[in-house]
Ligand binder design. Structure first.
Ligand code: HEC
Ligand code: HEC
Ligand code: HEC
Ligand code: HEC
Length: 215
């Protein structure tokens, strides 16, 4: 299921149709994101979700604008400004979280309630375990372009355009979003890989880290 091609035009009609097809196909079989059930992102057991596993984040109608990052987005977005990772050896140029990372932080920074979706303002805040806050200086850098030039400049990174990710294609294709390193480079929001911490792959022996880093 690759939306990259479909989302580029941001055709909401196309997305809407694709959305319906996906929801229908998910209902029909075990493929797709069956692993969402029972994961940390399965809110269907919460009274405030109305029992729907998708509606907290997506809606079939009246979506917010961020369709290039996630289809038919339904959750209120954070307006926080973030303290970014910094270090003397960092080569990348970081920007304020945007795109899919901003969607994640719309629950994980602890400023927007989990149940603020569908245009309604809620009051269930994320617990301490999942709260990153607005200080991201102690977290892996996110929100920057990771290309072969950066890998070369850094010296300790594999070139993303040609290095296999271990998930079937290259790092750039499987782990980056529009060429950028985001929260989704390491995490799968739907738990499709069924790994601890919603990781995109096992990090046993630092396997995830060593996909991009040489050391
Ligand atoms: C906690 C929030 C959250 C929940 C709950 C959630 N999604 Fe998503 N969904 C996202 C985000 C964020 C993206 C963008 C992910 C990315 O770019 O990797 C996304 C992307 C998608 C996509 C685009 C293709 C893909 O796989 O990335 C589809 C289709 C989708 N979600 C369907 C669903 C369905 C159906 C449900 C309910 C069974 C659901 N989602 C539940 C946050 C959520
Ligand atoms: C609708 C709110 C919401 C959104 C949007 C959301 N999350 Fe979460 N996430 C949660 C909650 C609630 C938990 C459970 C936290 C806890 O255990 O207290 C959680 C847990 C997690 C965990 C820990 C899972 C575990 O089993 O240890 C990770 C990792 C995570 N989220 C990553 C993401 C990423 C990456 C995105 C964006 C692609 C995202 N989340 C978007 C609400 C959200
Ligand atoms: C470079 C990989 C990487 C990136 C990027 C990344 N994470 Fe994580 N994250 C991890 C790993 C690995 C863990 C497993 C626990 C640990 O080592 O702290 C984790 C754990 C978590 C947890 C669970 C914390 C806990 O103590 O249970 C949450 C929530 C989370 N990440 C959210 C996010 C969000 C939101 C983003 C984007 C702002 C993000 N992560 C970006 C690798 C990453
Ligand atoms: C998808 C690729 C990718 C993955 C997976 C990844 N990283 Fe990174 N990491 C990068 C890139 C790119 C940078 C930016 C390097 C730079 O600009 O100097 C970075 C930066 C860092 C930095 C900061 C370096 C500095 O000079 O300040 C540390 C530390 C780090 N990563 C550790 C980890 C660990 C630990 C893991 C596994 C949990 C991990 N990374 C997983 C791509 C990745």
């Amino acid at each position: 299921m690759n939306w990259n091609g479909k989302t580029q035009g941001s055709q909401s009609v196309g997305l809407h149709l694709a959305w319906l097809l996906l929801v229908v196909s998910m209902g029909a079989g075990p493929a797709g994101r069956a692993e969402l059930a029972g994961s940390a992102h399965d809110f269907s057991g919460e009274a405030w979700s109305g029992g729907d596993p998708c509606v907290v984040c997506h809606t079939p109608h009246g979506a917010l604008q961020d369709e290039s990052e996630a289809p038919l987005w339904n959750h209120e977005l954070t307006g926080a400004s973030f303290r970014l990772y910094a270090s003397p050896t960092l080569n990348a140029t970081l920007e304020q979280p945007a795109g899919v990372t901003r969607l994640c932080l719309s629950c994980h920074d602890g400023t927007v309630a989990l149940d603020s979706f569908g245009g309604r303002t809620g009051n269930e805040m994320i617990g301490a375990a999942g709260r990153l806050g607005s200080d991201l200086s102690d977290d892996h850098p996110v929100g920057f372009v990771f290309d072969d030039n950066l890998a070369q400049e850094d010296g300790g990174l594999h070139p993303p355009s040609s290095t296999p990710s271990g998930l079937g294609r290259t790092i750039a294709q499987d782990l980056l979003r529009q060429g950028r390193l985001e929260c989704t480079s390491c995490h799968d929001v739907h738990n499709s890989s069924n790994q601890p911490h919603l990781l995109v792959m096992s990090n046993r022996g630092s396997a995830l880290c060593l996909t991009c880093h040489r050391k």
